[in-house]
Design a protein around this ligand. Sequence first.
Ligand code: ZN
Length: 159
Amino acid sequence: MQTILPVAQCGEAILTLIAAPISESEFGSAWLNTLADTMQDTMLERNGVGIAAPQVYISKRVIIVASRPNPRYPDAPEMDAVVMVNPEILAFSSEVVSGEEGCLSVPNERGQVQRAEKITIRYRTLNGKAVETEFSGFPARIVQHEVDHLNGVLFVDRV
Ligand code: ZN
């Protein structure tokens, strides 16, 4: 079953909070899997290329990064969607690039945002497996944008 949740909008307090980590007992739980499914459905329905749990009113450190071409981002590269739990950016490249961003929580607004071109990230899967990997280009931009949401930061704060 598809579940579409309302998306918190700029100005709402939930978007300014520091989200709480998922605890060990929550990995592999039905609740965490349902949260990820629901975030994914909501993101796809709104043509997003990423989403963070606080955007659906859950102040927890879960994000989805899912670059693909769609009506909002026609030039986005295609990648498999990745659910990241408790993501931590370990390293930012010194190379910084400017690029256009929008946000499901900031309707009808785009802005040029400076982001590291490449990042190293560590996260856990829904089952708790630790993963360390690198992203560059647009997917790296999405990761940085979504991790910002977990720290109460919106792209409009960075323009
Ligand atoms: Zn956003």
